[in-house]
Ligand binder design. Sequence first.
Ligand SMILES: [Fe+2]
Length: 400
Amino acid sequence: MNRRTFIKLSAVSVAALMTGCGVEEKTLEVKFLRQIVTKNISGKRLVMWQVDEPLQNLSVEVSVNGDTKIFPAQDASFTDDGQKRIQYAAQIDSGDVYRIVDGEAATAWHEMKNISGDDFKAIIFSDSQCGGGYDTWGELARQAIERNSDADFFVDLGDIVDNGEDTTQWEDWLAQIKKFAPQIPFAPVMGNHETYSREWTVRTPEAYLNYFATPDNGDENFSRRFYSFEVGAAHFAVLDSQWDELGREIIDAQKNWLRRDLSSTDKPWKIIFIHKDVLQYRINGRPERPEGFSDVGKIFMPEFESLGVDAVFTGHLHTYRNRGRLKNFQDDEKGTLYILSGLSGNVRYSGLWINHALDKTIAPQPETDNYLVLAGDEKKLSVKCFLPDGELIDEVTLKK
Ligand SMILES: [Fe+2]
């Protein structure tokens, strides 16, 4: 019996036991149930969900080897876009299955993937923003997850939605992932579109910051703006590149935090997720714009390299580019691997970019969506890039 089968049987068995005890249960309906990564997802999970009316006695019941534990839920409601979202969050221990409970009402049991040992696996999406509904995002995400149902977590490298204030977009994005978001933890990365208001001005990204209660970074000025977590043999730091939109004060705060954060881990692999890319591309029709390095690259590439970062994943440009390993702003086989992920939504920049001298592999043009699978253990790190139909178009392996 494999692990997944066992988990499914456990869930059914627990439910059957409850019914056998004569407990008459009502069904509790919740929306947008999801797991968010915690500092160490092998031991703890953060579960969030929304309901239509406030509830007083919500908790989460976790079953581990047939024993159940109860964890209280906290109110995490917020108002944005003129609408109050009644939302709850609970930090729970990892287990086999969990469900949300309110008095005698309960949701169905949901599986929790067991995460242990040195190996790790993630599915990385980017720029899931869509125009006219999020079906493209939903289809790509579901197919990628079906092909990689053993993933420990999934990532969106930012520009999760097109307009960061628009409730309908957030709810469409969340509804598209309802099949797997309760089971597989999510690691969000904020993009510039998360900061856009209905009027397309910039503002504090209220919806992003409230939908995703990411791990505490210890900086009260920039809570939830950057964070880190660990899975298996890897340490992941998620950075915020929106200083043009939200203020440059975050640059030094983030640099100082990153130095402390990366020097305090003993994990062999150090990996960065950040929305805006490190290179600057020439653009067709704009000859005044030179090829080079972006503000993000100029500020953070020396940091990444001096801190021993193994791989950096970026987005924002809606095109897949593998630049191989760079150090001192040039090719270096001992340098950091820089991968620019393409899009997972339907906003395409066909024919916009002129290839950069540091590009090693480029997705077939005109470009469709793609997703990445990042996997590894103590000794090996593998990055694969796939088209929506599952065709592998690029692969990189690093070894320790
Ligand atoms: Fe962007």
